[in-house]
Design a protein around this ligand. Structure first.
Ligand SMILES: CC(C)(COP(=O)(O)OP(=O)(O)OC[C@H]1O[C@@H](n2cnc3c(N)ncnc32)[C@H](O)[C@@H]1OP(=O)(O)O)[C@@H](O)C(=O)NCCC(=O)NCCS
Length: 106
């Protein structure tokens, strides 16, 4: 059941394990803010890209990630299980960002 998740890895990236916000607060920018915050933390730790895994059936979330510049790098098929709400494919989505001067770790 976990193998398709483990197969999706972007070496050297800061991995965002998941984001979510309460339903009544969706669509007002919190998800975008959370990802911007993750990017700040990644840059501070000298990473130059973020990665996350999304279900392809989670169309709203995938649209948000694409709008923020994430690209699908790989996919794997979900193993059907009662523990997993979506079927279909898992997408490894990655966004590389420009390195900011002065923050690199030697
Ligand atoms: C995905 C999620 C974190 C986005 O957070 P958000 O605060 O709603 O996102 P923002 O307000 O910054 O951006 C809005 C975009 O989020 C996406 N979105 C996904 N689900 C949404 C929902 N139920 N309501 C509104 N927007 C949603 C859409 O792409 C939307 O853009 P649109 O206006 O073009 O449709 C949030 O909808 C959520 O908690 N969903 C349930 C958990 C989940 O699916 N997490 C992602 C796991 S990979």
């Amino acid at each position: 059941m976990l193998a398709p998740f483990l197969a999706l890895e972007e070496p050297g990236s800061y991995f965002v394990a998941g984001i979510a916000c309460y339903e009544k607060w969706r669509g007002v920018g919190i998800g975008s803010w959370l990802l911007a915050e993750a990017e700040d933390r990644a840059r501070s730790a000298s990473f130059d890209k973020l990665s996350l895994i999304a279900f392809d059936k989670n169309a709203g979330a995938v649209r948000l990630y694409e709008r923020l510049g994430y690209e699908t790098k790989a996919r794997s098929t979900v193993v059907p299980s009662e523990a997993i709400r979506h079927g279909g494919d898992l997408l490894l989505m990655v966004r590389a960002f420009e390195y900011r001067e002065g923050r690199k770790r030697n």
